[in-house]
Ligand binder design. Structure first.
Ligand SMILES: NCc1[nH]cc(CCC(=O)O)c1CC(=O)O
Length: 293
């Protein structure tokens, strides 16, 4: 029996159930174990509670305490620093990594009037939206997907920006009014991907998870997360990144784009590298972003 730890939110539950179903299809027995994290209990802005890891610490503690065998994380919420004793057993095929707009009256970003109120507290999204010079105003919000979309439906906000992957998993893509082009808004490093953690050296669980891993997704998110780590930033930093395996002249290569919000605007750069060294690519692009500042 594999004990799978999950947060109780609708999105976390859907994600955990997906992973449980994949494992069951492979012939494993799986039990869901609900875990409450600081991020679920505390309604204050994420930046104030202490940033990185507030949604994952309790899950990781439960893994180390042998109360659960695997933890399913949204990779974008997972700190880049590896934790002693834990291993990333699988990174499954990623969902569409882009951000989306859910606006009143079916509006797109360019159709929002000057002064429109857009709900998002994420520094990455605020920096990139400001850089577009649309005259819209970003305001911080917290709460689950339902609460956020509700603020648009109830007329308290003109729009909210969310991860497409979350809406897709919750079956709410119909409410999307525009999918944001990464040329304008780069997603958070790891957005749309799941990270399935287990205990290091737990060979049975590692073997069970291995078939769920997708090499291209792992290469892409490794480059994105290395960029974030080299910038010494966390999930609350104004950093966007998106890597993809693309067809190069001599076969597949990794293409990484990065955005760094600063006082005077957003800096963007991109670079290509070999698929088998995503860490070097992430470091190189991060250093280039820093050099130009
Ligand atoms: N920060 C919360 C969070 N963590 C993961 C997702 C979406 C799913 C994903 O990116 O895998 C979301 C919601 C959002 O940003 O809209």
């Amino acid at each position: 029996m594999i004990r799978l730890g999950t947060r109780r939110s609708a999105l976390a539950t859907v994600q955990a159930t997906m992973v449980a179903d994949w494992l069951r299809e492979l012939g494993h027995e799986v039990e869901l174990v609900p875990i409450v994290t600081t991020g679920d209990v505390n309604r204050a802005p994420v930046e104030q509670i202490g940033g990185t890891g507030i949604f994952v610490s309790a899950l990781r503690d439960a893994l180390l305490a042998n109360e659960i065998d695997i933890a399913v994380h949204s990779l974008k919420d997972l700190p880049t620093q590896p934790l002693e004793g834990l291993a990333m057993g699988a990174i499954p095929v990623r969902e569409d990594p882009r951000d989306v707009l859910v606006a009143r009256d079916g509006l797109t970003l360019g159709e929002l009037p000057t002064g429109a109120l857009v709900g998002t507290g994420a520094a990455r999204r605020v920096a990139q939206l400001d850089a577009l010079g649309l005259g819209i105003e970003c305001t911080g919000i917290r709460g689950n997907v339902d609460t956020r979309i509700g603020m648009v439906t109830e007329g308290k906000l003109d729009a909210v920006v969310l991860a497409r992957a979350g809406l897709s998993r919750l079956g709410r893509l119909a409410e999307v009014t525009e999918t944001l082009d990464p040329i304008q808004v780069l997603p958070a490093p790891g957005q749309g991907a799941l990270g399935i953690e287990c205990r290091e050296g737990d060979t049975e669980v590692l073997a069970a998870l291995a078939p769920l891993d997708d090499a291209a997704t792992r290469a892409a998110v490794t480059a994105e997360r290395q960029l974030l780590a080299t910038l010494e930033a966390g999930c609350t930093a104004p950093v966007g990144a998106l890597a993809e395996v693309v067809d190069g002249e001599d076969g597949p290569e990794l293409w990484l784009r990065g955005a760094l919000g600063q006082d005077d605007g957003v800096r963007r750069l991109s670079a290509n590298g070999p698929v088998d060294d995503p860490v070097a690519l992430g470091k190189a692009l991060a250093n280039e972003l820093l050099e130009r500042t």
